[in-house]
Design a protein around this ligand. Structure first.
Ligand SMILES: Cc1ncc(C[n+]2csc(CCOP(=O)(O)OP(=O)(O)O)c2C)c(N)n1
Ligand SMILES: [Mg+2]
Length: 286
């Protein structure tokens, strides 16, 4: 039996009091306890940002690398050692901005990883510049006239690109978020769990109160079918007075490990270098 104490890290937490990141950290820990695996079987990869500090605050394997690049090394870890549970924690800037290219191609590649995007709609670590998800009109020190661009439509993008698991949670709905993360981990293939989270220091518009008034759970409606591509795409496009959370889209499809044949071969990590046949692996990187 796993216990939440197994995942306690001794690193002091450097987030602001009231930050939504705490809710995400606790939801992830609760999901890992339910998953029942040991810290040595879990890898959390991240880039740069407040969100990207999360792996320091959980005791398990951690890779904290370059800004925007975490999906590439997370996928590599899973390809080499499929026995590991591989999770990415990334920010809206890290994933959709600096890491936008990796976001697109890793969805297409469909390696079995779970990507948790802490979406505070701002560049938090660098003190409040607009990110790809900042609402139009929001005033920052760098955008004193207000943001003139429309926010990126990341959930719609993920569905359109063929992601097999697309979900959205809210950092204050911890139990619901924990369920989404666990479902994402158990989904075979690329899973996106975007999490709405307030940034108490640099996003003065989209506060706890702002999100709490708007979020609702799509899966409470028995008529909502996450397997319906068109309905899911429509649901993912909702943003305003009502913001959907829950499993927005889910579809089974072969993962990279299945398509490349790797899942049937000995794990690369256990193989002698001379016995490794790279043909199947390289086909997936065309
Ligand atoms: C290549 C590169 N570009 C820019 C930066 C500066 N930088 C570091 S963190 C960051 C923003 C992170 O924002 P986000 O991913 O939304 O995470 P948050 O801090 O909001 O959790 C930026 C622009 C960097 N470190 N490397
Ligand atoms: Mg951010």
């Amino acid at each position: 039996m796993a216990d939440v104490k197994d995942f306690i890290s001794s690193d002091p937490i450097a987030w602001c009091p009231g930050c939504g990141d705490y809710g995400i950290l606790n939801a992830l820990k609760a999901a890992l306890v339910k998953l029942g695996r040991k810290p040595k079987d879990i890898v959390i990869a991240s880039g740069i940002g407040q969100a990207a500090k999360l792996p320091h605050y959980i005791k398990c394997n951690c890779i904290n690398g370059l800004h925007g690049r975490s999906l590439s090394y997370a996928s590599a870890v899973k390809i080499v050692n499929r026995e590991l549970t591989v999770i990415v924690t990334t920010g809206d800037g890290d994933c959709y901005g600096e890491g936008g290219n990796h976001f697109i191609h890793n969805i297409r590649r469909n390696v079995d990883i779970t990507v948790i995007v802490h979406n505070n709609q701002i560049y938090g670590l660098t003190k409040g510049q607009a990110s790809p998800t900042t609402d139009e009109g929001y005033v920052t020190k760098v955008q004193p006239q207000g943001v003139i661009l429309e926010p990126i439509r990341a959930l719609e993008m993920a569905i359109a690109l063929g992601a097999g698991f697309v979900a959205r949670g809210y950092s204050s709905n911890m139990e619901h978020l924990s369920w989404l993360i666990l479902e994402g981990i158990n989904h075979k293939g690329f899973s996106l769990v975007e999490v709405l989270q307030p940034c108490v220091s640099f996003n003065k518009k989209n506060t706890h109160e702002w999100y709490s008034k708007r979020v609702y759970k799509v899966n409470d409606d028995p008529a909502y079918d996450p397997g319906n591509f068109v309905a899911a795409f429509q649901k993912a496009s909702e943003w305003g007075d009502r913001i959907p959370t829950g499993i927005i889209y889910r579809a089974e499809k072969p993962s990279y490990g299945e398509k490349s044949g790797l899942d049937k071969a000995a794990p690369l990590v256990d193989s002698d270098i001379d016995d490794i046949d790279l043909t199947g692996i390289l086909k997936g990187f065309a």
